[in-house]
Design a protein around this ligand. Structure first.
Ligand code: 59J
Length: 607
């Protein structure tokens, strides 16, 4: 079209006729034509010079600015945060696309009659919106609504209100909700990790937004993609060691346990003993990561990793292992715990009742405070301290979880005369539930201490810290705890040997004494013959009126969760005899009742 205009002008100047156009005049004067052409050209020149003057001199700043701002722009290409999955690829945290509506206050204030319409679309009072726009009158950007679903955004944009735009963003969604909130943590409105694994692996998960040059029209709409400057790089996927099913089971049973016992909080951890992989980690109270409000920080803590507690009687198998290593006892050593108490400095170490003479195994079976106290007296301070340190007490497990606590293991130099005795049954030192789970995994793993990990494929090489023979001996002693006569018969699982230890610890209160409030433990491993899992259950402050012993509060939860995990992971039973015996007994019982029913039916028929 431009070309043909130029041609036409050329034709005119050369005195040719445009195609198909009749001559306007029959006759013409060549001099007049020259004057006319010269005049037109002169006027055009003057107009061009004037225009050039206004463009280049008078209004130059305005046009330079407008040219840069309006036409060619470099804009960010948003990208999504990497997905977090469980060990089987099940999604645990996913980023879904959302739209954020933003406005240009300058432009919007030019169309005040559209503001009430916009306010209605945004569901905010019109006067409030007007006030906010006026406050930002000199700016060109403000968010109007962030992270709404794309349909809603389209609806708002369809009203074509000048100065209203949208921008793609991503929003994190957690399919497991409150069951996994503490481990995953959450991201802020800009999709950066704030707590938990979202924080620890923020760099890995975050993508690199790209950039491109575009041409926009005066309304801010992109009319042309000019060039890609840098492609957006989506974040990396993070595959965890957690098993979604075991996690959910753990969380569900923890909630049920708190309900049943009236406890105020609790934690549970399940480890793979060979690798240290964390299969499940649950805490209560919890929060909904998909609807963050101002939950108390109390609900946000991953207690299993950040909170320290006195481990109470869960220490006893470790004290026995230390003494076996020091060579001061054997599994057959006999200890007289009569009369059920002994002095501990100005205080007393007491047993639940007088257990009389016990062998080493019996000390574990009955959980005798006096028994382990007498055992630890045969050992030096240093070997006892070194052993506990090697088992991971007083040092971080290096799980990589943000805010992990190291617990407290006082150095022998700071021990009073009673420290060693008090520590032998789990007081005057403190540990996280995860540390206890690692120590039990070490006993289960032939004395090799694992580094617990949340990320699949990241586990290090376990370190041999205890003679495998001693680890096995202690495990065998711990098996008696779940057998008839032990403190945790409710932890027994049909078809599998379970080794474990109960604990009921009075809570130290701030006024400086041990209160009548309790923490109830069960820590155990299964199956004993070829251990796969280590699990710790910590229930804080059960209602004493409902029962507070570890064997009553925590052991049943261990049983239910481990029973499920063994089946989910296809772990072969190591106690087939008991299984078959129970099956046979049930069948014969059923036969008898069926026989009875047949007999009864027979009698009924005869009547
Ligand atoms: C206990 C303690 C507190 C700290 C005592 C529990 C001491 C102690 C000072 C009295 C309840 C209670 C350093 S008992 O865990 O012995 O699990 O089935 O809290 O002993 O000296 O009313 N556990 N628990 N002790 N302190 N200091 C037993 C035992 C244990 C059981 C039952 C009942 C305590 C068999 C605990 C369980 O093995």
């Amino acid at each position: 079209m431009r070309d043909s205009l130029v041609e036409r002008a050329g034709d005119l100047l050369r005195g040719r006729q445009g195609p198909g156009k009749p001559r306007s005049r029959a006759r013409y004067n060549p001099r007049n034509r020259l004057l006319l052409v010269g005049g037109v050209l002169g006027l055009c020149s003057i107009a061009l010079v004037a225009r050039a003057f206004t463009l280049q001199v008078v209004n130059s700043d305005f046009y330079i600015r407008q040219g840069d701002e309006r036409i060619l722009r470099e804009i960010a290409i948003p990208t999504s945060r990497g997905m977090i999955t469980d060990r089987n690829g099940e999604p645990l945290a996913v980023s879904t696309p959302v739209e954020s509506i933003w406005g240009n206050p300058k432009e919007l204030l030019e169309v005040p009659d559209r503001v009430p319409e916009l306010a209605a679309l945004l569901d905010v009072p019109a006067d409030e919106l007007t006030r906010k726009l006026s406050q930002r009158a000199t700016r060109e950007f403000m968010y109007l609504r962030r992270r709404i679903n794309p349909d809603q955004a389209r609806e708002i944009l369809s009203h074509n209100i000048p100065g209203v735009y949208s921008q793609r963003e991503f929003r994190r969604f957690y399919p497991q909700g409150e069951a996994l909130a503490h481990v995953l943590g959450f991201t802020n409105v800009d999709d950066r990790g704030q707590e938990g694994l979202e924080l620890a692996f923020d760099e890995w998960l975050s993508g690199q937004p790209g950039s491109k040059r575009v041409i926009r029209d005066s309304r801010g709409r992109i009319v042309e993609n000019v060039e890609l400057i840098e492609a957006a790089q989506p974040g990396h996927e993070l595959v965890l060691t957690l098993d979604r099913r075991i996690q959910y089971l753990t969380f569900r049973e923890l909630r049920a346990t708190l309900q049943r016992t009236g406890a105020s909080s609790g934690s549970a951890v399940v480890l793979d003993v060979a690798t240290g992989e964390i299969l499940a980690m649950a805490n209560l109270p919890t929060y909904n990561p998909n609807a963050l409000g101002n939950q108390p920080t109390d609900a946000r803590r991953n207690r299993a990793v950040t909170d320290v507690i006195e481990p109470g009687s869960t220490m006893k198998p470790l004290t026995v292992a230390a003494a076996l290593e020091a060579g001061v006892i054997t599994p057959k050593t006999v200890i007289d715990t009569s009369p059920g108490w002994m002095p501990n400095g100005r205080f007393r170490t007491s047993d639940f009742r007088n257990y009389g003479v016990l062998d080493t195994t019996g000390v574990i079976t009955k959980s005798s405070n006096v028994g382990v106290s007498k055992i630890v007296h045969r050992m030096g301070d240093r070997p006892f301290y070194d052993f506990l340190s090697r088992m991971g007490y007083g040092r971080s497990t290096r799980s990589g979880f943000p805010g992990e606590s190291s617990g407290v293991l006082p150095e022998p130099a700071h021990w009073s005369g009673t420290h060693k005795q008090t520590m032998s049954y789990g007081y005057a030192l403190s540990a996280t539930p995860l540390q206890i789970a690692v120590a039990y995994a070490t006993l289960a793993n032939g004395g090799k201490r694992v580094t617990p990990t949340f990320v699949k494929g990241q586990h290090g090489k376990p370190e041999q810290v205890l003679d495998p023979r001693i680890a096995r001996e202690v495990l065998q002693m711990m098996q008696t705890v779940t057998e008839p006569g032990g403190t945790a018969t409710q932890a027994a699982i049909l078809g599998y040997h379970v080794a474990g230890k109960t604990g009921t610890a009075r809570k130290f209160n701030s006024s400086g004494g041990y209160s009548r409030r309790y923490i109830s433990f069960f820590a155990g491993v299964v199956p004993v013959d070829n251990p796969r899992f280590s699990m710790v259950v910590v229930i804080d402050d059960p209602d004493p009126g409902k029962g507070y012993y570890g064997g009553f509060v925590s052991a049943p939860m261990f049983k239910t969760v481990m029973d499920g995990a063994l089946r989910l992971m296809d772990v072969p039973p190591d106690d087939i005899e008991t299984w078959l015996a129970v099956q046979a007994a049930e069948e014969s019982k059923q036969r008898k009742s069926e026989g009875g029913a047949v007999a009864a039916a027979g009698r009924g028929g005869a009547r």
